[in-house]
Ligand binder design. Structure first.
Ligand code: COA
Length: 220
């Protein structure tokens, strides 16, 4: 089996219909509602370079797919529409697709928090391996458009009853700030306390000047 996983481009737009078919078929089998995706919407994501596609090189069949959505004016990113063709499941493809779309999201939106809601064990395992942690819905986007995507779900009445604060799905979040290197944290800290840093620099400079003057006096 020869499967190629890549960031989708315009040349892959023709696969949009097949991707939607796979998503709808799997939703029917699971008996869950999903945020419906029109092939044109998926095709646009593909053309925008905001998706990852896995293709069987020998047959040309779609093996899997996932795409990026942004919410709350780009403060939040979700990797949505994860699907693996039933013929190719339990071979690690979801892991590989999720990892690639996660890296793409980090590259395109380095400051954004990456989140997802799911009831699926597979997705929970994959998300955990990428550094996501379970959170309450209060930590996720309050963008109404995101939550209206749950309208197709059987449990939407539960979500509504709880004013989008809780439901049967688990919220998972990757907060880039919690994964920053020590150097990045230091830079952020200095930027945030820019005034204090300037004061410190000024104090050091004064101390240095005094020392220099003292040395001059001794030398003379
Ligand atoms: C969920 C899905 C993407 C998993 O794809 P996959 O390629 O079979 O997953 P992987 O082989 O990469 O396995 C990932 C992990 O999940 C586990 N897993 C896979 N399918 C599972 C299932 N149905 N139930 C429980 N665990 C599952 C695997 O054992 C593996 O765990 P491990 O690391 O402990 O071995 C695929 O079943 C699918 O497309 N389902 C329908 C769509 C869907 O549910 N999308 C997610 C919406 S939130």
């Amino acid at each position: 089996m020869n499967v190629k996983i890549s960031i989708a481009g315009a040349e892959h737009a023709a696969h949009a219909a097949r991707i939607c078919e796979l998503i709808n078929e799997s939703a029917k089998q699971r008996g869950t509602g999903i945020a419906s995706r029109a092939p044109e919407y998926v095709a646009q994501k593909i053309r925008d370079g905001k998706s990852v596609i896995a293709l069987d090189v020998n047959t040309g069949e779609v093996v899997g797919f996932s795409y990026i959505e942004t919410w709350g004016h780009g403060r939040f990113v979700a990797n949505s529409g994860l699907i693996v063709n039933p013929e190719y499941r339990h071979m690690g493809f979801a892991y590989r697709i999720k990892k690639k779309i996660f890296c793409l999201s980090r590259k395109k939106f380095p400051q954004a928090r990456i989140f997802g809601i799911t009831t699926g064990l597979a997705v929970m395992k994959i998300n955990s391996s990428l550094g996501y942690v379970p959170v309450t819905f209060s930590e996720l986007t309050d963008d109404e458009e995101f939550w209206s995507g749950c309208k197709g779900c059987h449990n939407y009445d539960i979500l509504q009853r709880n004013s989008c604060r809780m439901c049967l799905c688990v919220g998972m979040l990757y907060d880039p700030k919690k994964h920053q290197s020590l150097y990045q944290r230091l830079i952020d800290l200095i930027r945030r306390h820019n005034l204090r840093a300037q004061k410190l620099r000024f104090r050091w400079w004064m101390r240095y000047r005094k020392m220099k003057q003292k040395k001059l006096r001794i030398d003379n």
